[in-house]
Design a protein around this ligand. Structure first.
Ligand SMILES: Cc1cc2nc3c(=O)[nH]c(=O)nc-3n(C[C@H](O)[C@H](O)[C@H](O)COP(=O)(O)OP(=O)(O)OC[C@H]3O[C@@H](n4cnc5c(N)ncnc54)[C@H](O)[C@@H]3O)c2cc1C
Length: 445
């Protein structure tokens, strides 16, 4: 279960500990999983005076919430507002768009409340288009988000190159409400605030099983302690330990590698990122980068083959940073880590009913920081019994196991290979014989 430590754990030394559950209790709600999803729900419930106990198998933010890159992005990785409305209808789709669109506002409101200081930076988020076709799609996406009242604009190719340092882009969607955080500092502060509002948190307490118990449920821990509650929420992402398997079977796990370089000189950063914006482009083999408070570059990627991937990915991601940002040297890598994200069938967040009063939730799909933060406000009324599960802003989906799940784990790698070929063709087509296009084709060989 132990994973390599992250940059965030290294630069965020102080961690409050929460003792494991040792005796049986009865409460209103049990939340399983101490990532952003579980914590945001526990915080919201505690604030409204509901008795809530959160159990975490390891330590707070041991899962994806402590292992991500900290991009705060208030939209969907694969869906335009129009797609969401087409799929869910005007009312349900509108509710979800309203929820997701406010994600970064809520994260940075929390960051201010938690006094995160340099661990949160609302520097904005850019999604540059790697092809003319994507530029057209993103221009429309920007218009759609504007119509929903969001501070989203379209910026042209020259300005995009000046603001990202990458030569191949055809313009970018800019969301002024986005930015970056240190996710470990954020999760730990959320846990402390939940506890100060009355929530009970137990670390090192894994749910082995969740079974019906009269009108409610009994969460049985691996050490045999019983936590009884009318309602239970499973917020364990793609993890498979004990009871978490009931959610894991509904999502596709996606292994993602992250690196942080040694700090770069401020003069160098000013050349490629004058506004210090977070960048995630539209390529299938997505190029992302952000800066931390100490001027480290943080970037990531997926491995085609898992064997020996850490060293290989550290090399590849740092080489890519140097190439894309025209850095004079390949920056030394100080931290490399990996984590598992969860992807749903339709790339939208979902609530699943596992019994009367027993639900699981996932809101990842690569945009988890902002989306999971919104789950507290979205799900607390349901967990207090005030709202029916199909009336929350998070779409209720049938709890259908992903078919051929063992093979589904390999699917992202297969899509990555296919996507890299498509990126190459699209960059070639959009840039003609532009030297930057040639350079990027070289890199991908
Ligand atoms: C490498 C990587 C980079 C990412 N980058 C970004 C990014 O930059 N921006 C963004 O928006 N999103 C990003 N994401 C996605 C984002 O991190 C996730 O969507 C989000 O953290 C999910 O939160 P969660 O609470 O659902 O899950 P998690 O944080 O994984 O929490 C689940 C918790 O459940 C616990 N658990 C498991 N089984 C049990 C059990 N049986 N009993 C009790 N507890 C259990 C685990 O220990 C874990 O702490 C990234 C993900 C990864 C992996």
């Amino acid at each position: 279960m132990s994973e390599p430590p992250t940059l965030w754990h290294a630069v965020t030394p102080h961690a409050k500990t929460y003792p494991g559950a040792t005796s049986d209790v009865a409460t209103d709600v049990v939340v399983v999983g101490g990532g952003f999803a579980g914590l945001s729900v526990a915080l919201e419930l505690a604030r409204s005076g509901t008795d809530v106990t959160l159990i975490e198998a390891r330590r707070i933010a041991s899962g994806a919430s402590g292992r991500n890159a900290g991009f705060v992005v208030p939209n969907f990785s694969r869906a335009d507002p129009a797609t969401v409305i087409a799929r869910l209808g005007a009312e349900r789709g509108g509710k979800l768009l309203n929820l997701v669109g406010r994600g970064a506002d809520t994260v940075f409101d929390h960051a201010a409340e938690f006094s995160l200081g340099p661990h949160a930076d609302r520097s904005g988020w850019l999604q540059p288009a790697h092809s003319a076709q994507m530029a057209a799609a993103l221009q429309q996406r920007a218009v759609d988000w504007q119509a929903l009242g969001r501070p989203v604009t379209w910026i042209g190719p020259e300005e995009t190159v000046a603001r990202t340092g990458v030569q191949i882009y055809h313009g970018a969607l800019a969301d002024a409400s986005g930015g970056v955080i240190n996710p470990v500092a954020y999760a730990r502060a959320m846990a402390e605030t939940a506890v100060s509002n009355g929530a009970v948190i137990h670390e090192e307490t894994a749910a082995a099983d969740i079974v019906p118990d009269g009108a409610g449920w009994r969460v049985v821990t691996r050490k045999g302690v019983s936590l009884r509650a009318r309602r239970v929420l499973l917020a364990t992402n793609a993890e498979t330990l004990g009871a978490a398997g009931q959610l894991a079977r509904l999502v596709v796990p996606l292994r993602v590698y992250q690196i942080a370089t040694a700090p770069l000189p401020a003069e160098r950063i000013a050349v490629f990122s004058p506004r210090r914006e977070a960048v995630s482009d539209t390529r299938a083999n997505i190029f992302t980068y952000r800066l931390d408070a100490d001027n480290r570059l943080i970037s990531g990627g997926m491995a085609i083959l898992p064997f020996g991937a850490e060293a290989r990915m550290a090399r590849r991601i740092s080489q890519r940073l140097a190439l894309e940002l025209s850095l004079p040297d390949i920056p030394p890598v100080e931290h490399i880590w990996t984590g598992t994200a969860a992807v749903t069938r339709d790339f939208l967040p979902h609530l699943y009913s596992l019994g009367d009063g027993f639900h699981a939730v996932t809101a990842c799909n690569g945009r988890g920081v902002a989306m999971t933060t919104m789950l507290g406000a979205a799900l607390a009324p349901m967990l207090r019994g005030e709202v029916a599960p199909d009336q929350t802003a998070v779409p209720l989906a049938p709890a259908r196991t992903i078919p051929f799940r063992a093979f589904a784990r390999a699917a992202p790698s297969a899509f990555l290979v296919q996507g890299m070929l498509r990126d190459r063709a699209e960059i070639r087509q959009s840039n003609g014989s532009h030297s930057a296009a040639r350079q990027h084709v070289e890199y991908e060989r």
